[in-house]
Design a protein around this ligand. Structure first.
Ligand SMILES: NC(=O)c1ccc[n+]([C@@H]2O[C@H](COP(=O)([O-])OP(=O)(O)OC[C@H]3O[C@@H](n4cnc5c(N)ncnc54)[C@H](O)[C@@H]3O)[C@@H](O)[C@H]2O)c1
Length: 239
């Protein structure tokens, strides 16, 4: 599947922390963007710089409205969806697990269904390193997921919804990215890293220094070259 920078990408929840960086990066390379957010957490000022850009389209909508989302995807001839919307703040998920499951799982299925109806060719889901179990040793990508909290479980369920969809739509491309902790400008949630660093030794401070000094989170795995999209979705191993 060839990648064209002129094909429009939809970014769900585009006014949040990571997604506003994704929008910046896509527009900088000349890709038109449909930014969707309900502004429950995201901030309009994160996207303010793009208001006059003819490649930028902002729609206030709840992504749980699958019919509304498919109409939008069709109207804008959307070629790719980057689905980042989720309750990401883990303490909020722990306080209200039914809400976390309802929003994170329902949301992903709504956007998958909308993408199917609108025949969107590519779908990228933000999952999390929280799908893995707690461990004192570094995780490897092929480790068996074993979520130990409701947030990670909602992400794992989202991955499996993507897996099912990819089996049913072999003509489309689906990619799941398991993001670990990211930190930088435009963070929307309270973050443990500054506190952790304040009480840490010089090695840790040196390691994280650039992030803490405010350098931008411009790294983002889905914005890698077109070949990235040829990676097939890997079914989860059972066990
Ligand atoms: N930030 C990290 O370190 C990290 C690590 C692992 C995974 N992730 C994942 O990456 C994604 C992005 O994380 P983030 O830090 O940018 O989150 P964030 O909390 O900053 O942004 C959430 C955004 O989604 C919007 N939103 C919420 N419900 C919506 C709805 N129903 N319809 C439309 N928009 C809605 C909010 O208004 C907000 O703009 C999430 O899926 C998260 O789970 C993030």
């Amino acid at each position: 599947m060839s990648e064209s920078t002129s094909a429009l990408w939809a970014v769900t929840g585009a006014a949040g922390y990571l997604r506003s960086h994704v929008v910046d990066t896509l527009l900088a390379r000349g890709t038109p963007v449909l930014a969707v957010d309900d502004f429950s957490v995201g901030r309009r000022e994160f996207l303010a710089a793009h208001r006059e850009n003819p490649l930028f389209h902002l729609v206030e909508a709840d992504v749980r409205d699958a019919a509304g989302m498919s109409s939008l995807f069709k109207m804008y001839h959307c070629a790719s969806v980057v689905h980042l919307a989720a309750i990401h703040y883990i303490p909020a998920c722990n306080v209200d697990p039914p809400r976390a499951v309802s929003l994170n799982v329902h949301r992903s299925q709504s956007v998958l269904t909308a993408a199917r109806v609108a025949k969107v060719e590519r779908f990228w889901l933000a999952s999390s390193g929280d799908v893995y179990g707690a461990s004192d040793t570094p995780h490897r990508e092929e480790d068996q997921p074993a979520p130990f909290a409701v947030y990670g479980l909602t992400k794992w369920l989202g991955e499996q919804l993507v897996g099912l969809e990819s089996q049913q739509r072999p003509e489309a491309r689906f990619v799941v990215g398991r993001l670990f902790n990211l930190y930088g400008p435009r963070e929307t949630n309270p973050y443990f890293l500054p506190e952790c660093l304040a009480s840490s030794g010089p090695t840790l401070r040196q390691h994280f220094g650039s992030a803490v000094s405010g350098q931008s989170v411009t790294w983002f795995p889905l914005l890698t070259p077109p070949g990235h999209w040829s990676i097939p979705w890997m079914p989860p191993r059972s066990g």
